[in-house]
Design a protein around this ligand. Structure first.
Ligand SMILES: Cc1cc2nc3c(=O)[nH]c(=O)nc-3n(C[C@H](O)[C@H](O)[C@H](O)COP(=O)(O)O)c2cc1C
Length: 194
């Protein structure tokens, strides 16, 4: 393997793939949705998840106002909705109308939950931080919606039932329907590699 060693972020794309999700929100009498690849689970107790949103997004304004957001997980088959909601500004476009987005009822918040999602979280704003050129919104997960058939009895996502939309950057999406599967027990592997 010929490795390159360069200073700086070198395009800042070497950390992909990342799951691309749709963040939804509701304020000012409007529903909105946008694609987000920069997000992360943060804490288990309480269950916290962070999303990185540029301040110029309409979503930023709506979350700042409503202090709530939804995170919707979609399959590769539905990735056109990720590209669609990530390809137009909610200030000018009603994305729910443009993309015929159907909603499931939220349990705790007023955020729209996408019917096309195989899983979704409702979050209330826990805290937020301006970091670099993005806002890191930390949400507490207060409700979960999921398709039971997408998950195994052990709670794992079933890759034979759903292919999550993996974003590679540069408008490329991959599936996870690979034949290679490795079950690696951390307790056993932590003792050393044979
Ligand atoms: C796959 C994908 C991932 C994206 N990830 C982010 C992200 O993590 N943070 C962000 O601020 N914008 C991200 N964007 C850009 C926004 O989704 C895009 O600017 C969107 O139109 C903003 O919508 P809004 O103005 O209605 O909020 C992403 C776009 C795509 C297509």
């Amino acid at each position: 393997m010929a490795k390159k060693h360069v200073e700086g972020a070198a395009g800042f794309h070497h950390h992909y793939p990342k799951l691309a999700v749709i963040v939804t929100c509701h304020a000012q009498g409007r529903d909105n949705a946008m694609a987000v690849a920069w997000f992360s689970s943060i804490s288990q107790k309480p269950p916290l998840i962070g999303i990185s949103i540029a301040p110029k997004r309409y979503t930023y304004e709506l979350i700042m106002e409503s202090k709530e957001f939804g995170i919707n997980f979609l399959s590769l088959e539905k990735a056109d909705l990720v590209a669609g909601t990530g390809g137009c500004p909610g200030r000018e476009v009603d994305k729910f109308e443009r993309f015929n987005l159907e909603k499931d009822e939220a349990l705790v918040t007023s955020v729209p939950i996408l019917r096309d999602a195989y899983a979704a979280y409702e979050c209330t704003l826990f805290s937020s931080y301006t970091i670099g050129d993005h806002e890191w919104f930390v949400g507490e997960v207060v409700a979960t919606h999921y398709d039971e058939e997408a998950f195994t009895s052990t709670g794992h996502l079933d890759p034979t039932a759903v292919n999550p939309a993996l974003f590679m950057g540069a408008e490329l999406y991959y599936s996870t329907d690979q034949t290679t599967k490795r079950h690696l027990e951390r307790a056993q592997y932590g003792k050393g590699l044979k």
